[in-house]
Design a protein around this ligand. Structure first.
Ligand SMILES: Nc1ncnc2c1ncn2[C@@H]1O[C@H](COP(=O)(O)OP(=O)(O)OP(=O)(O)O)[C@@H](O)[C@H]1O
Ligand SMILES: [Mg+2]
Length: 216
């Protein structure tokens, strides 16, 4: 198992009020799966991704990455996990606005210790793979939504992660562009065997995975 979540509960406290978001949620992910998560707004889908990304310690329960407790690691181990084992893709692309496409993709490589030359070569290869090498010098504001999402996917894959966590990656795209992005993720999954965990509201997108999880 790549991930094991066992009896995970999350409660937020707002003043006197307690909000139960997850209650005894258990879930396991095998290496190489393409999981899609659907469910009504507010059911905790983003919360689950944040837990898996190491950003949100659950109120109770365990979260294992391979056989290690994700929330019993040192800060250094968590930082390394985030930089090299996972890649994240968001609904609003979240590219750094001051950096052009190739610089955005290079960033995780540089943070991971690659030298500039090596990072640039790999970033260009990734942009080529996702079909936007021609936009390498464009700032995010100079690209369409679909192009920005391709760059974000290239950035997520820069350090050859084991898993890509994607939160509504097509939520801000028209249907045709959304279908292209899903086809791209399916192709990358098939070519590299990278595990994908994708949250979506769109049943067509959800059908692209190898296993669908419905959060009710
Ligand atoms: N930091 C927080 N403090 C308090 N409540 C929060 C916090 N973050 C999320 N929540 C609440 O937790 C619940 C689950 O939120 P989450 O973002 O995981 O839902 P979601 O399934 O991703 O919804 P959507 O489909 O709208 O993105 C929501 O009711 C939300 O209001
Ligand atoms: Mg959400």
């Amino acid at each position: 198992m790549l991930y094991t979540m066992r009896d995970v509960s999350v409660q937020y406290r707002i003043g006197e009020r307690r909000v139960d978001v997850l209650r005894d949620f258990s879930f396991a992910v095998e290496d190489g799966e393409f999981i899609t998560i659907t469910g009504p707004s507010g059911r905790g889908k983003t919360t689950v991704l944040n837990i898996l990304a190491g950003f949100l310690p659950p109120t109770s329960g365990t979260v294992l990455w391979e056989d290690n407790d994700l929330y019993a690691q040192s800060d250094d181990q968590t930082a390394r996990y985030r930089n090299s084992q996972i890649g994240m893709v968001h609904q609003f692309f979240n590219l750094i606005p001051e950096l052009n496409a190739v610089q955005n993709v290079m960033a995780p490589g540089l943070i991971g210790g690659a030298n500039r030359h090596e990072a640039r070569r790999r970033a260009e290869a990734m942009l080529d793979r996702v079909g936007v090498l021609g936009r390498a010098e464009h700032l995010p504001s100079e690209m369409s939504g679909g192009e920005q999402q391709r760059v974000a996917i290239a950035r997520a894959l820069m350090n050859s992660p084991r898993v890509v966590l994607a939160d509504e990656p097509t939520g801000n795209l028209d249907r045709v562009t959304a279908a292209e992005i899903v086809a791209l993720m399916s192709r990358l999954h098939a070519e590299d065997g990278t595990t994908m965990i994708l949250v979506t509201h769109d049943p067509t997108v959800a059908a692209a995975g190898t296993r669908m999880i419905q959060m009710d």
